[in-house]
Design a protein around this ligand. Structure first.
Ligand SMILES: [Zn+2]
Length: 214
């Protein structure tokens, strides 16, 4: 994929995050790594009107490399921190999708005996400690979860969700899957008493997860 296609993909999924109700008009942010640079969505732009040429271009250290007339997302330092920690991550998405954010507000990791939780998220989506949005506090726990625990998706306490992956499409898919799981688990707990998997069943699902990461 060339840079023009990556720019278009960022904008397409940024708009989709709004259309799906994962963010309001001015919330959320999405970025992709292109070589040693990062392209990130701008701050305070209406998602109906945002275009590929409005993306900010940054170095991994946070230097603004081109003047697009708009400021980079206020969470750009969080994106750069994740790219520096995980060389395999090529795209990062941050949303405030309602069900996942409700779990983040409760300080609860997204956890439950749905097969997908084990197969796609290695057993749970953990919660990073709270940090004031836009500050370095937001990503204090990133090393612990994204590196030590090898997670690709985390909740930000009292705030939202962050996912990283090898492409914009894959990062978005993780955020979308996390939101759907939080929704299903919330509904299941409201409508009955969820059934549990056995340790053996969970191990079989975790083996699939580990195989998919090799
Ligand atoms: Zn946010």
């Amino acid at each position: 994929m060339n840079e023009e296609q990556i720019r278009e993909e960022i904008i397409r999924y940024f708009k989709k995050s709004y259309e799906l109700g994962f963010v309001n008009m001015f919330e959320g942010n999405l970025s992709a790594r292109v070589g040693d640079r990062v392209l990130i969505t701008p701050s305070q732009k209406n998602k109906e009107q945002v275009t590929p040429d409005m993306l900010s271009e940054l170095s991994l250290e946070g230097e603004i490399l081109s003047d697009t007339g708009s400021r980079p997302s206020s969470e750009y330092r969080m994106h750069l921190a994740l790219y520096r920690l995980r060389p395999d991550i090529q795209a990062v998405v941050h949303v405030h999708s309602p069900f996942a954010t409700a779990w983040a507000l409760n300080g609860r990791a997204i956890r439950g005996d749905l097969a997908e939780v084990y197969m796609f998220f290695g057993g749970e989506i953990p919660v990073c400690g709270y940090g004031t949005p836009g500050t370095d506090q937001v990503f204090t726990d990133f090393g612990r979860y994204f590196v030590n625990e090898d997670k690709d998706t985390v909740l930000l306490a009292n705030h939202g969700l962050v996912a990283g992956a090898g492409s914009v499409e894959q990062a978005f898919a993780k955020a979308e899957a996390a939101e759907k799981l939080a929704k299903i688990l919330s509904i299941a707990q409201l409508t009955g008493k969820p059934h549990h998997l056995t340790e053996r069943e969970k191990s079989a699902l975790l083996a699939k997860y580990r195989a998919s990461r090799r």
